[in-house]
Design a protein around this ligand. Structure first.
Ligand code: ADP
Ligand code: MG
Length: 485
C-alpha cells in the first residue's frame, strides 16, 4: 500500500474502452442469429467462418443502434463509414482478423456528464465510438487437457466506446460506466449486463508526477465483471505503478488481467502497438453512407434519456433532484412514474409511492415494474383518496395497498369501504370520541391544563385508537385542542 503522502505526489490518468454487445436479430456481417444460449456452434455459417468465396454484408440494425448511441453521447456521426481488418491470430477468431473501424469510426467526439459523490459535475470527453465484431468463446474446462471452442458469438456486433485520457479517479471511472450502462439500457441497444459480458470495460491506467508534462506509460486492465471491480482494478493498478516509479523501476506497457478474488492485476501480455495489427481496409464490405435523412429518422425514434426525464421531473413536476435521480435509475420505473403523473397531479405523493412501496414490492420479489399488479389508474385513485382525506397515509400503506395488491381489479374506494378503512370526517362522531377520551382521563387533563402541552399527542393517540385509525387527524386534533382549552 502506498502512503497517502506519496500517492499525493502523483496524478493518475485513466482512459476507458467499453465494449457494448448489441441486441440485434442477426450478426454484424452475416444472417446468422445473434442469440445467446443456443447450443454451441449452431449459429455459425460459412460467412462467420470466412470461408473462401463468401462475402460479408453490413447490418442496418447495427447502424441504427450506433447512430442512436452517437446522438445520445453528443457525438458527430460519420457520413462515409468504411471497415478495416485488424489482424491477429487467436483460436476463437476463426477469420484470423477482426472487422472493425479504424480510420472512420461511426461516432467522433462526444461527451458524458457525470455527477460525483460530493455533488460536483464532470464532463468525460470521448474519443470515438466504432463498430466491430466479437470473437467466439474458448472454454477451458477444469481438469480437461483440451480447450473447447464455441463460435456462436463470433461475428456478433459490438460498439466500442473510447474515452480520452481525461478520467482522474476510480470514482469518476465508476460514475462514467454507470452512466453509459444507463444510456444503452434506455436506448434498448444492449442489456448492459456486465456480469454476462454484455458490457465489458477495459481500463487504461498510468501515473505521472503532478508537475510532469507528459503522460506515463499505460497498462490496460481487462476482465472486470462489475463496476465495483473496475474501480478496484484501477485502485490496485495506481498503487502498483506508483510503487514501481518510487523504486526507480520501469513501467512496462502491458495488458493485465484483474483477479476479483485477490483484487490484484497480473501481466497477460506485453501490449501491442497499433502497427502490430497491420490494419488495412476491408475489401469485402462496401462503404456505408449515413446521410442526414437517416440520422433524422433515428432521431425521430429516440426515447427520452435519463437527463431529459430528470429535467422534466424537476421542472414540470417540481420534484426534488434526489427523487428525479432515483426515479430515472431504471427506465421502466421512470416510464411507470411518468404515466402515473398523467393520472394524478399529486406529483410528490406519486413519487413517494413509486420510490417506496411500489419499488419495494417489485424488488423484494425480483419482478420488473411491468409485472407490478396495480395499474397507474388505481394507484392514482389511491393517492386521490389520501389527498381528499378519505384514508390516512399510514392506513393506505399498511392496509389498503396490500389489499389492492391482492385484488387489483377492485375499485379503490369501494375496497376501502369494504375493509372499513374510510376515514371518519364526520365532526359529530369524532367530537363524541374526543369527549369520551377527555372524560376518561381527568388527571391527564389537569396536567395538560397546568402546562404539560406535550400530552396532546397521548390524547390524539387515544382518539385514533378508539376510532380504529379512521378519524381525520386534522379534524381530531382541532377538536381536541378546542375542548381541552
Ligand atoms: P488501444 O487499441 O491500443 O487500446 P485505443 O486508442 O483503442 O488504443 O485506446 C486507448 C485508450 O487509452 C483510450 O481510452 C485513451 O484515453 C487511453 N490512454 C491513452 N494514453 C493513456 C495514458 N497515458 N494513460 C491512461 N490512459 C491512456
Ligand atoms: Mg484497447
Amino acid at each position: 500500500m502506498v502512503s497517502p503522502e506519496i500517492r499525493d505526489k502523483y496524478q493518475e490518468v485513466i482512459g476507458l474502452e467499453i465494449h457494448v454487445q448489441l441486441l440485434t436479430n442477426t450478426k454484424a456481417y452475416s444472417s446468422d442469429p445473434n442469440e445467446y444460449g443456443s447450443l454451441p456452434n449452431t449459429n455459425v455459417s460459412v460467412i462467420t467462418l470466412a470461408h473462401p468465396g463468401t462475402l460479408p454484408r453490413s447490418n442496418k440494425q447495427v447502424f441504427n443502434h450506433a447512430i442512436k448511441l452517437g446522438l445520445a453521447l453528443n457525438g458527430e456521426i460519420t457520413e462515409v463509414n468504411r471497415y478495416d481488418r485488424k489482424n491477429y491470430f487467436y483460436p476463437d477468431l476463426p477469420k484470423g482478423y477482426q472487422v472493425t473501424q479504424d480510420a472512420t469510426p461511426i461516432v467522433r467526439g462526444g461527451f458524458v456528464d457525470i455527477t460525483l459523490k460530493d455533488g460536483s459535475q464532470k464532463r468525460i470527453e470521448l474519443e470515438r465510438v466504432h463498430m466491430e465484431e466479437d470473437t467466439g468463446k474458448s472454454l477451458h474446462l477444469e481438469g480437461e487437457d483440451e480447450s473447447l471452442l464455441d463460435l456462436n458469438r463470433a461475428g456478433t456486433p459490438l460498439l466500442e466506446i473510447v474515452t480520452k485520457p481525461c478520467i482522474r479517479t476510480a470514482e469518476e471511472a465508476g460514475a462514467f460506466v454507470t452512466e453509459v450502462r444507463k444510456f444503452v439500457r434506455y436506448l434498448e441497444i444492449s442489456d448492459g449486463n456486465m456480469d454476462e459480458g454484455s458490457l465489458r470495460c477495459d481500463a487504461n491506467v498510468s501515473v505521472m508526477l503532478k508537475d510532469a508534462t507528459e503522460f506515463g506509460k499505460r497498462c490496460e486492465v481487462k476482465n472486470m465483471n462489475s463496476i465495483r471491480n473496475v474501480q478496484r482494478a484501477i485502485e490496485f493498478e495506481i498503487d502498483r505503478q506508483i510503487e514501481l516509479v518510487e523504486n526507480g523501476e520501469p513501467i512496462l506497457q502491458q495488458t493485465r488481467l484483474f483477479d476479483a478474488e485477490t483484487g490484484t492485476t497480473r501481466a497477460m501480455r506485453s501490449k501491442e502497438d497499433a502497427n502490430d495489427y497491420r490494419y488495412f481496409p476491408e475489401p469485402d464490405l462496401q462503404p456505408v453512407i449515413v446521410d442526414k435523412a437517416w440520422i433524422d429518422r433515428v432521431k425521430a425514434d429516440m426515447p427520452s434519456l435519463p437527463h431529459q426525464l430528470i429535467a422534466k421531473f424537476t421542472e414540470q413536476f417540481k420534484l426534488p433532484e434526489y427523487d428525479a435521480k432515483v426515479l430515472t435509475e431504471q427506465k421502466d420505473v421512470a416510464l411507470f412514474f411518468e404515466s402515473l403523473c398523467e393520472k394524478t397531479d399529486k406529483y410528490k405523493q406519486a413519487s413517494n409511492w413509486v420510490m417506496g412501496p411500489v419499488k419495494s414490492y417489485v424488488n423484494e420479489r425480483a419482478l420488473t415494474i411491468a409485472q407490478f399488479p396495480i395499474s397507474v389508474e388505481k394507484l392514482a385513485d389511491l393517492i386521490a383518496l389520501i389527498a381528499d382525506g378519505k384514508v390516512s397515509n399510514s392506513v393506505a400503506e399498511q392496509r389498503l395497498f396490500p389489499a389492492l395488491l391482492d385484488a387489483p381489479e377492485k375499485d379503490v374506494e369501494a375496497l376501502a369501504k369494504e375493509l372499513d378503512l374510510l376515514q371518519e370526517g364526520d365532526e359529530d362522531a369524532i367530537s363524541a370520541i374526543v369527549d369520551e377520551v377527555i372524560a376518561s382521563n381527568p388527571a391527564k387533563v389537569e396536567e395538560y391544563k397546568n402546562g404539560k402541552k406535550g400530552l396532546l399527542g397521548m390524547f390524539m393517540g387515544q382518539v385514533m385508537k378508539k376510532s380504529k385509525g379512521k378519524a381525520d387527524p386534522k379534524l381530531a386534533s382541532k377538536l381536541l385542542e378546542e375542548k381541552l382549552n
